[in-house]
Design a protein around this ligand. Structure first.
Ligand SMILES: [Zn+2]
Ligand SMILES: [Zn+2]
Length: 258
């Protein structure tokens, strides 16, 4: 399985997962041409994509969906309420929309979804299995309830949100109501929340972590990495036992091979 994040953060999210000739996109929160260019840089065109899975209907995850739907023919999966909201906003033919009700099999992939706590119409994360490996996407989470933890437990690699540094958020310029929303149980995970969860996940077998959805205003890649790596070190994990990377905001990550 090969994984690239294409964009990650509050200005837009999308990632690509490939196994053999099957390719899956998760989220499309950038404009249609921007996404097309990012895929083309990896040698991929829209007609080589087999499906798009949506986590939720905030614009940094679905902005490009209506225009992408007009230029492609792949099915679009998501929670029923999310698909309805996206379709209402952009006239997407109903035949393209596939409400999630259980595992989805595509090529050699099996894709499972799990509900996440977040202040969208509805929201979920995904675990993609193929070739005996699995990759999970857990982003836009106000906190990590046990069912979410159980859904991703034991994944080989996890994209986990590390949205904000508490100190930068509290001292930053965001209005008070927005700070409360971000820090709340249905907002985003801080670097500390992420680090704590990464340690638990490491203890359950995960070795590769990709920190994503970093805030431009309230975080720095080096702070996010440091926070999680320090927590792993305190746990007794030595360098080489786990990998921790940050998903770049405006460009594709390197390809991660599982
Ligand atoms: Zn988001
Ligand atoms: Zn969101």
């Amino acid at each position: 399985m090969k994984i690239w994040t294409l964009f990650s953060g509050s200005s837009g999210n999308a990632l690509l997962v490939e196994q053999g000739s099957c390719r899956i996109l998760v989220d499309a929160g950038v404009g249609v041409l921007i996404l097309k260019r990012a895929l083309a840089a990896l040698g991929v065109s829209y007609d080589q994509i087999d499906a798009l899975f949506l986590t939720h209907d905030h614009s940094d995850h679905v902005k490009g969906v209506p225009a992408i739907a007009r230029r492609s023919s792949f099915p679009i999966y998501g929670k029923r309420e999310v698909l309805r909201a996206v379709a209402d906003a952009g006239e997407i033919p109903h035949a393209r929309l596939r409400p999630l009700s259980g595992p989805v099999e595509l090529g050699s992939f099996e894709v499972n979804f799990f509900d996440t706590p977040h202040d969208a119409t509805a929201s979920c994360g995904y675990r993609l299995r193929a070739g005996g490996r699995s990759f999970s996407v857990m982003t836009d989470l106000g906190h990590v309830p046990e069912p979410v933890f159980e859904a991703v437990r034991g994944s080989d690699m996890i994209l986990i949100e590390s949205n904000y540094d508490r100190e930068l958020l509290r001292n930053g310029s965001y209005p008070f109501f927005l700070k409360r929303r971000i820090e709340g149980d249905f907002g985003h995970l801080s670097n500390d929340d992420c680090a704590e969860t990464v340690c638990r996940l490491f203890e359950c077998g995960t070795r590769h972590f990709l920190l994503g959805h970093l805030s431009r205003e309230n975080n720095r890649p080096e702070r996010a990495i440091q926070c999680t790596c320090d927590a792993l070190t305190r746990l007794g994990v030595s360098a080489g036992e786990a990998t921790v990377d940050v998903a770049p905001r405006d460009c594709a990550s390197r390809g991660f091979v599982l």
